[in-house]
Write a protein that binds this ligand. Structure first.
Ligand code: NA7
Length: 536
């Protein structure tokens, strides 16, 4: 427990990619900082998501920090797409390398942060009994966070007599599936990663699918020393690309327009992308998923792949992506997902066609067919982006509740600050581009920008940093305007908040791209932090 009387310059909440770097930056600026983290170690999302098959969908050589050449050169990734344990090890390594642990308190979930206008200080309290004050509070809580795991509101969940788990709260000791009848509910990125691994030991596996995803093969593989040496030698160039790319990825712009190529060339290109694996499919053609003809071409290609891999036509029919356009929900990466359905002990049930009636003591009832189960795995996602904020009691000026401000959807200025909440800053908060990009790249940008504005306030003797209500309103509206008319409009998704019953359908992410966001934030800075007020 942290001493009740302790006063800090800043409190950072969360020890994932964002909190680790934020703590480092603020400390480098000479501030006294305390970081609180609910988990028992660094990792954030990569601490909690220990479910079988948990793996990153971005390639390891750019899913990392770029701020330190030493770290880039010292750390070597072992696989193209790193698995959870390796990312957790990486974040532990960085925490040790930068000697951050002494300023981190683990096992302490922040419950309350309240602003005292008279004293201009925040009082922060945790589930472990810590109570400290600070001038600044920086949230680094992520958008797809265990505190906001979405356990579906299906009648009878509490009646189930077997074991059940949500993938975002996976037990450290793991789960033994050997010989058991397992049900996986949810076929987003998470379910798609977990299913093939669970199938390896389960006695029987039933996958309950509501919406079939568009899925690319990961084509994951170990990395050789030669490859890593080449990557390390190229890091200046890779970094430069990450900084100028829409999604913070070191990829070149697509070379072809769909309309310029023949159908045979388009097919050959698509096949090449499929064989290379990874998520670049949206960047196959210059038009992305915007041109309906290009999108339909790609969608048909995906359906054809499913039919060619899954031997049972009835299963293939259920698994084929359909009912919404590609790109309207996040495309998933798999390793042997479709192949798993060729195993005799693995079934898929279409719960869109026949919805789940309830969960019973013994299993899941679909229509009037009961599927008896020993274990249910909920891979049902998150109350994304605003959920983690709403899980805390954050009170600003005059007792204004951040929770209530976010009732109608995401509100912020730049996804990093909130009107009515002086000196509360958010790394990759609501209405920020991070979750449409290579997340660590966005995080790095936000951390550096927050560090700069804090430095500006400190050097100028300002006591508070706060966006104007107008700036927040404009940014909030712009976020919705950017999503309107996009492909996301054509499906329910966590990005739209429409995966959680009762949550308003408002887009949670600023869709302008990381490169444009960098320019916008730089312009705000250049113009004397346009949209912010500072008080002496
Ligand atoms: P997602 O992508 O939100 O997927 C959740 C899945 O759970 C999805 O297939 C949902 O079907 C399904 N779901 C949710 N509630 C229900 C109910 N009530 N009944 C049946 N099926 C349900 O979460 P993930 O954890 O896979 O991935 C989240 C992000 O983490 C991912 O995009 C990456 O960025 C990392 P639906 O599609 O809503 O019909």
């Amino acid at each position: 427990m942290t001493d009740t009387a302790q006063e800090f310059d800043a409190v950072v909440i969360g020890a994932g990619f964002a909190g680790i770097y934020m703590l480092h930056k603020l400390r480098q600026q000479g501030l006294r900082v305390r970081l609180f983290e609910a988990g028992d170690g660094p990792g954030g999302a990569w601490y909690w998501n220990r479910y079988p098959g948990a793996r990153c969908d971005s390639e390891s050589y750019f899913y990392c920090y770029f701020f330190s050449d030493e770290i880039l050169q010292e750390w070597s990734w072992s696989e193209r797409f790193p698995a959870q344990p390796e990312i957790e090890r990486y974040l532990n390594y960085v925490s040790d390398k930068l000697d951050l642990r002494k300023d981190m308190t683990f096992g302490a979930r922040v419950t309350t942060a309240a602003y005292d206008e008279q004293a201009n200080r925040w009082t922060v309290e945790t589930s472990a009994g810590d109570k400290v004050t600070a001038r600044y509070v920086v949230t680094a809580i992520g958008g797809l966070t265990s505190t906001a795991a979405n356990l579906p509101d299906i009648p009878g969940v509490k009646d189930f007599q077997g074991e059940w788990y949500h993938t975002g709260h996976w037990p450290r000791e793991g789960v033994d599936f050997r010989g058991k009848r397992v049900g996986v509910l949810g076929t987003g990125s998470t379910g798609i990663q977990a299913v093939p691994v669970i199938a390896e030991t389960a006695g029987h596996l039933t996958v309950f699918q509501r919406t079939p995803a568009y899925i690319m093969p990961a084509k994951n593989h170990p990395l050789t020393e030669e490859y890593n040496a080449q990557i390390k030698a190229n890091y200046p160039e890779i970094r430069a690309k990450v900084k100028t790319h829409w999604g913070g990825q070191p990829y070149d712009a697509p070379a072809y327009s769909f309309e310029e190529v023949t159908p045979e060339q388009a097919l050959a290109l698509q096949e090449e992308y499929w064989n290379n694996g990874g998520l670049r499919v949206i960047q196959l053609f210059k038009e992305g998923t915007r041109l309906p003809a290009a999108r339909e071409f790609m969608e048909n290609f995906f359906r054809e792949k499913v039919r060619s891999i899954v031997k049972d036509p009835a299963k293939a029919e259920i698994l084929e992506p359909k009912g919404y356009p590609m790109g309207a929900k996040r495309i998933a990466l798999d390793t042997n997902y479709y192949e798993t359905f060729n195993l005799p002990h693995v079934d898929v049930v279409d719960v869109r066609k026949t919805p789940i009636t309830r969960i019973t003591e013994k299993g899941i009832l679909v229509g009037d067919t009961e599927y008896p189960l020993d274990v249910i795995v909920f891979a049902t996602g998150y109350d994304a982006v605003t959920g983690p904020f709403r899980a805390m009691d954050i009170r600003g000026r005059g007792g204004m509740q951040l929770r209530e401000r976010l009732d109608d959807g995401p509100r912020s200025y730049l996804g990093m600050s909130f009107y009515g909440f002086p000196n509360l800053l958010a790394v990759s908060g609501p209405a920020n581009p991070a979750l449409s990009t290579n997340v660590p790249a966005s995080i790095e940008h936000d951390v550096e920008w927050i560090s700069d504005i804090v430095d500006y306030a400190e050097k100028n003797g300002f006591k508070t940093i706060e966006p104007t209500e107008q700036a927040e309103d404009d940014w909030t509206e712009e976020t919705q305007a950017k999503a309107r008319g996009s492909v996301f409009d054509q499906a329910d998704s966590w990005q739209y908040g429409s995966n959680v019953p009762g949550k308003p359908r408002r887009f949670l992410i600023w869709l302008g791209g990381l490169h444009t966001f960098r320019d916008r934030c730089a312009e705000v800075t250049r113009e004397g932090y346009k949209g912010f007020t500072f008080t002496k």
